[in-house]
Write a protein that binds this ligand. Structure first.
Ligand code: ADP
Length: 374
């Protein structure tokens, strides 16, 4: 029987589930926020994901609900579960990707290594945290941040005055030690409802201005120990919070080879786009398999190296589409993925994957092909 998977959110992550859904024979349906979104091709409904009746009506015609983003409110999710709808990941797991303070508390309970952190309610509490942590800190709004928005390096308690004044009674900001990391890594795992977990190789991610710019898979120079520690953290979190579907764990590597968890995403993630062309099972296919409770696919790389470079922004003038033929002609070895989004400075509008035996060659080609769009 054909499984009907409903995706809430019509962004590029939903879009990139379409091709694997067709291959697996899954009937993919998308609740998009607007007309003309990235996942338009599979959009069967348009509406507000915060509105229970809209989401309920969408859920009525599917077997499983999953997500393109983490913003569906808890009360909506819990009402669906109460209706008997299969929701993957479920609200109990998803809360740890929705609220960074809730995540920090849970990771502490699970004994997962993470930066030192505290909940701060005002400038005095932040100042005390800064004084205890070498004169600097990173402050984060617990909810709603993405791509570096809602993250700020501070040196004084008053540096986050605007955010404190927006807090409701009883709310707090997350303060973290300013980690001096050598690089950022990401570990992905997939988990089925029954508990089966598979892990991808740990990758290196490069951020620019808080936005993921490039990913190298596997992480260059990663020792077996490092890879095992990262995988162990991914598995422990997936099991500890009972996630279903893809889980991405963003990590900091420090110069003494310690690994600390930055944050979690419970859906396909930018750090896993490489797997579309570089792994036996791409993350979008794997997410569908996991949420539909189908056997999981193998995760190993198909090539020594895969490099993913995001296309951020787009042509200053003219249409992005006009650039495709040129990029394809000049870089036939590059796999180009487009999101059907209008270019804006810094906006993720596509990415390029290049696989190969030589890392420098793959980096060069992926960067050159992505730059062809700008
Ligand atoms: P977002 O939810 O917007 O992706 P993150 O919490 O991942 O925000 O932070 C964005 C970036 O800010 C990280 O990729 C990292 O480069 C930097 N960063 C975040 N937390 C810290 C920290 N505690 N110490 C140093 N840098 C940090």
């Amino acid at each position: 029987m054909t499984v009907r998977v409903g995706v809430i959110g019509g962004g590029q992550l939903a879009r990139m589930m379409i091709a694997p859904a067709v291959e697996l024979g899954i009937d993919l349906r998308v609740l998009a926020e607007d007309e003309g979104m990235s996942a338009q091709l599979a959009a069967t409904a348009v509406g507000d994901y915060r509105d229970l009746e809209t989401v309920r009506a969408f859920a009525r015609d599917v077997d499983v609900i999953t997500f393109d983003h983490e913003h569906v409110p808890q009360d909506v999710l819990r009402a669906l579960v109460g209706d008997g709808v299969q929701v993957h990941p479920g609200p109990d797991a998803l809360q740890f990707a929705q609220d960074k303070l809730v995540m920090r508390r849970r990771l502490a309970e699970l004994g997962i290594p993470q930066p030192e952190w505290g909940a701060v309610r005002d400038a005095d509490e932040l100042q005390a945290f800064i004084d205890d942590h070498g004169g600097g800190a990173v402050v984060k709004t617990p909810r709603g941040g993405y791509d570096g928005k809602g993250v700020r390096v501070v040196r004084a308690g008053t540096d986050a005055a605007d955010w404190f004044s927006d807090l409701a009674d009883g709310e707090a900001l997350l303060a973290e030690e300013l980690v001096s990391f050598t690089r950022e890594l990401a570990q992905q795992v997939a988990r089925r409802p029954g508990g089966e977990v598979v892990a991808y190789p740990v990758v290196e991610t490069v951020q620019r201005d808080g936005v993921c710019a490039e990913v190298i898979a596997p992480a260059p120079g990663a020792s077996i120990r490092l890879a095992e520690v990262a995988e162990g953290i991914g598995r422990a979190i997936a099991e500890g919070i009972g996630v279903t579907g893809m889980l991405a764990v963003e990590l900091f590597e420090t110069d003494d080879e310690r690994i600390l968890v930055n944050e979690l995403a419970m859906r396909p993630h930018n750090s896993g786009h490489w797997s579309q062309d570089g792994a036996v099972t791409g993350q979008f296919e794997q997410h569908l398999r996991a949420v539909a409770d189908l056997p999981l696919g193998r995760t190993e790389p198909r090539s020594p190296w895969t490099v993913m470079v995001n296309i951020l922004g787009g042509p200053a003038e003219g249409a992005l589409e006009d650039r495709f033929a040129g990029a394809m002609a000049e870089h036939p070895e590059a796999k180009i993925h487009t999101y059907g989004k209008a270019p804006r400075p810094g906006r993720k509008v596509g990415h390029v994957n290049v696989t190969g035996d030589d890392l420098d060659d793959a980096v060069y080609t992926a960067r050159a092909a992505a730059a062809r769009f700008l």
